[in-house]
Design a protein around this ligand. Structure first.
Ligand code: FAQ
Length: 334
């Protein structure tokens, strides 16, 4: 029977039923929640494009945390003292935890951890450009903490207010930990800058290498950022890439003065009129080359990640077997 010949829902004497909300009504309810700065939760209806945008950003973010363990993890055995080793181990473990919160939060959107990891391991998924740079000196542990975690905080504090509940809530704890990470990086550099000429030179050389890549972590300039507008309209992102980059530069310049290091940018100066620091154009060709897989360490990072996953297969199998056995004994007991 054609749809327009169907009897009305209230026919047959039954009490009239409320019609299930149509697409327009659900979209209006979603828009109203966003407009009122309310959170969207996993069981709420959401536009498929919103879900897709979140899976994209959250899974990339999770991958960044996990791949980001490598440059510092590589220094744990070579840390210059027991204290430094203990701090570095704790930091790298924190990053693993951040990855796990974010994968769990992304799973609430209906994507599986295996799907996300497959995309990472096959090289299809993106992760932050910054982790495709090598960290050849101990001072790099300072620069990563100060500049990389510092940029991560500048980017992530506004994400604590992201419209998607599980993402925003995961970010609160992550930001608290990142703040400790940034201080420990700053303190490593401070110790080096208070050391010998050789140590000061090591710190400065490291800062020279990490400054521009850290600024690129905020993503392409606003005019070339295809996702920003919609993401800001949905209140996933609260500020644009350039706004956050500017905020970060304004934050690190006085910190660099305390450390006694300089940044490798001849155009970096205070602009009284704007009330911000001006800074030079970044090398966006380098950024895109890194995203295409041609950075210093893309191949190395992916190979290590794949090897670690393969070596961990027995742990996953054991955990699965244990879960099955526990479930069976619970069934027998009940
Ligand atoms: N690297 O349209 P937009 C950390 C891609 S965590 C690689 O502007 P959007 C902690 C972007 O995905 C660091 N790709 O994109 C730590 C898009 O490609 P798609 C990670 C980048 O999403 C410290 C395309 O370019 N943090 O460091 C990058 O609006 C130490 C066009 O860009 C997060 O992920 C990049 N830098 O804005 C861990 C924070 N930038 O997906 C260990 C959450 C852009 O269309 C040790 N993410 N792309 O194919 C965000 O806030 C945003 O996703 C942005 C990019 C700001 C990264």
């Amino acid at each position: 029977m054609p749809a327009d010949h169907l009897p009305p829902a209230s026919s047959g004497g039954a009490a009239p039923r409320e019609a299930a909300p149509g697409e327009d009504e659900r979209l209006a309810a979603f828009d109203a929640l966003i407009a009122a700065d309310q959170r969207i939760e996993p069981t709420d209806w959401m536009p498929p494009a919103y879900r897709k945008a979140l899976v994209r950003q959250m899974s990339q973010h999770a991958h960044s945390e996990i791949i980001g363990m490598q440059p510092e993890g590589n220094w744990i055995t070579r840390a210059p003292s027991l204290k430094r080793k203990a701090i570095l181990m704790a930091k790298v473990q924190d990053e693993a935890g951040h990855g796990l919160y974010l994968y769990s939060a992304a799973e609430t959107l209906g994507t599986t951890r295996d799907e996300m990891l497959d995309a990472l391991h096959s090289g299809k998924a993106k992760y932050s450009s910054i982790f495709n740079y090598l960290a050849p000196s101990w001072a790099d542990m300072g620069s990563i903490g100060w500049l990389v975690d510092g940029a991560a905080i500048a980017n992530q504090v506004p994400l604590c207010r992201a419209s998607y509940g599980p993402y925003g809530r995961a970010m609160v704890r992550i930001c608290k930990e990142e703040s400790f990470h940034q201080r420990q990086g700053f303190e490593i550099l401070l110790a080096l800058m208070n050391g010998t000429d050789e140590q000061r030179a090591m710190a400065q050389e490291s800062v020279n290498r990490w400054y521009a890549p850290a600024l690129m972590m905020f993503g392409p300039p606003d005019g070339e950022s295809p996702n920003s507008r919609q993401s800001m309209a949905w209140k996933i992102k609260r500020f644009s890439n350039d706004e956050l980059r500017q905020r970060f530069v304004d934050m690190i310049v006085p910190q660099a003065e305390i450390l006694g290091v300089t940044f490798p940018d001849p155009d970096l100066r205070w602009n009284e009129e704007r009330g911000h620091h001006d800074f030079g154009e970044l090398d966006w060709d380098e950024f895109h080359a890194v995203l295409r897989g041609n950075g210093q360490a893309n191949a190395l990072r992916l190979a290590k990640r794949n090897a670690a996953h393969a070596e961990g297969a027995w742990v996953r199998e054991a955990a699965r077997a244990y879960a099955e056995r526990t479930a069976t004994s619970e069934r027998i007991a009940s």
